[in-house]
Design a protein around this ligand. Sequence first.
Ligand code: BG6
Length: 317
Amino acid sequence: MGHSAAVWDFRAATEITKDQNGIGQVVLRTPQGASARVSLLGAQVTSWRNEQGEELLFTSSKTISKALKATRGGIPICFPQFGNCGSLELHGFARNRMWAVDENPPPLPANDSSGKSFVDLLLKSSEEDMKCWPHSFEFRLRVSVTKDGDLSLISRIRNINGKPFSFSFAYHTYLLVSDISEIRIEGLETLDYLDNLFQKERITEQGDAITFESEVDRVYLSSPNVIAVLDHERKQTYVIKKEGLPDVAVWNPWEKKSKAMVDFGDEEYKQMLCVDAAVIEKPVNLKPGEEWTGRLQLSVVPSSFCSYHVGLDSSSL
Ligand code: BG6
């Protein structure tokens, strides 16, 4: 017998287990069979599956499980630094820290928990982190799977310091794709981007949609709040909706860089594409007591849905 959303106990559908390395992880399930897995290491979403049980996020078969090191794939959280744009380790330290399950988070608007399977995770600045980034913060992440199988991530970062601080941020999202040469991104055309392959030179995107035939490492600036990643071969489209996250990092290492990465298969660049909702160009400035929120919602629709249906023109999440 199926469960109706009204009687389904979403808290009971949230299970805390351990991965093969003994690290805590939370499994979220919906009555319809969609699921997500979130590691307490980095609050990294390591799996997101649709109702048919098909995986939607890429994880490298060569990923290395090391103490306090993010795995290669899923959705690592980049905070308080994206990439190498500051003095911290690449993409900041949050992805390499143990997070705690937050049993009693400050409330979010009512519709953020109704009808969803969710977990709240919390990271606070440690004494060790304060040595390289001397700012006290509370970072709350809610990960949810909606009854339609969408994956939603809401980050709330609060300054509990006596002084202002600023940070950059990204949901470093490894999408699983059928074949990179069949992929097209819609929603970034005509925007300016910073090209990491050319010393962050600012370039204006030409042409229609973005396609891939060599290494790409770019940060698209001031993008719309809805973008689409079309997978021609699978006939499915990832719809990325975001709020508070103006920039989009797009990364595929292609052949040569793949071979140079120890935790990535030589041919795996064909099956992945990172499309990261982010705040990079203009870091967030938080005064004492202030809180910033950044939301991401990922869904998958058949590609026969045209831009009109997925709301490429709309701005709300
Ligand atoms: C991308 C960056 O977002 O992430 C790249 O723009 C970087 O420059 C890539 O190489 C992977 O980073 P990491 O730390 O996960 O290997």
